[in-house]
Design a protein around this ligand. Structure first.
Ligand code: 13P
Length: 340
């Protein structure tokens, strides 16, 4: 694939007013989500849930792409249409979770390194042939007493760069996801410092591995106070710290920054994205690639019951619409009031 073809896929994932739905929960993660609503995590239920999300009428106005788990990439709708085909017919681009998850980093208690490089080229080639156009690899940076260390950050940056280079070699756009976790007692200042260091190490590794930045997207955390920090930064402070940090560390060649929600409430994740876009004047698109912030309220309304599909789809549509407005800095509390 030519570099300009990767660039056009990357750009098609971040057009004005649109963002990404992360629906690539691994079997273990979706089980935790289903446990929270007392639904058994069977293949049938996972398929039904994802069909409900993907067939929500009108969401293609707000959703450019959906990240799938391998099982979903191979599944079909109830009437037999493969999910990637269903999405392509709606103008939605399919992506694939490429990593096999974080594992303890030997010698560094509290830190992890994400695995999945062995055999990656062959797996990605198959995913591409099944209809995937982009990949995602999530590196997890834990924050605690004495970590992250330089070694922990570099091990993850190196794996992200190897993954990104392999993606581009087989014709997929890599979404590069270094997530500094929000769990912890750390202040927003510490989050900013660790996020800036991590992003700089990641871009240094991407450069060393000859990754074509114009054909990538970044999926980062926002700069936030740790969830157990006694002082919680407000929406404006989060937006300013995040934009300042990214201006320092993310090259302008990257077409888009698509945030993860990381455990923030759905409304707060939307408010933060909105405040960042209201600041404006950034070299990259500032968009979303939310999992929980789009799915949380939807899952609760669904409850595993087919009779609740239409109610759940309305909620999913509303969250997608609010995040679309936040892409322009035009999200208001009134939008939530009107929907309630
Ligand atoms: P959250 O928005 O729930 O953090 O999920 C995004 C994601 O894809 C994490 O890898």
């Amino acid at each position: 694939m030519k570099p300009y073809e990767l660039e056009s896929i990357a750009q098609a994932l971040v057009p004005p007013g649109k963002g990404i739905l992360a629906a690539d929960e691994s079997t273990a993660t979706i089980k935790r989500r289903f446990d929270s609503i007392n639904v058994e995590s069977t293949e049938t239920n996972r398929r039904a849930y994802r069909e409900m999300l993907f067939t929500t009428p009108g969401t293609e106005q707000f959703i450019s792409g959906i990240i799938l788990f391998e099982e979903t990439l191979r599944q079909t709708t109830q009437d037999g249409t493969p999910f990637p085909e269903l999405l392509a017919n709606k103008g939605i681009i399919s992506g694939i979770k490429a990593d096999t998850g974080p594992k303890d980093l030997a010698g560094f208690p509290g830190e992890t390194v994400t695995e999945g490089l062995d055999g990656l080229r062959e797996r990605l080639t198959e995913y591409r042939d099944l209809g995937a156009k982009f990949g995602k690899w999530r590196a997890v940076i834990n924050v605690g007493d004495g970590f992250p260390t330089q070694s922990g950050i570099d091990a993850n940056a190196h794996a992200l760069a190897r993954y990104a280079a392999i993606c581009q070699a087989v014709g997929l756009v890599p979404i590069v996801e270094p997530e500094v976790l929000m769990e912890g007692t750390h202040t927003i200042e510490r989050c900013e410092e660790i996020t800036e260091t991590t992003l700089k190490r990641v871009y240094s590794a991407l450069h060393a591995h000859r990754v074509h930045l114009e054909g990538t997207l970044l999926k980062p955390n926002m700069v936030l106070s740790g969830t157990s920090c006694p002082v919680q930064a407000g929406v404006e402070e989060v937006a300013e710290a995040t934009v300042r940090c990214f201006r320092r560390a993310v090259p302008a060649a990257v077409p888009g920054v698509v945030f993860l929600s990381g455990g923030q409430t759905a409304k707060l994740a939307t408010a933060h994205l909105n405040a960042m876009n209201a600041i404006g004047n950034c070299p990259w698109e500032l968009s979303f690639s939310y999992g929980r912030a789009l799915q949380g309220p939807t899952l609760e309304a669904w409850e595993g019951n087919a009779a609740n599909i239409s109610k759940a789809q309305k909620i999913f549509y509303h969250r997608a619409k609010c995040n679309s407005a936040a892409r322009y800095g035009k999200y208001t509390q009134q939008m939530e009031v009107l929907a309630a």
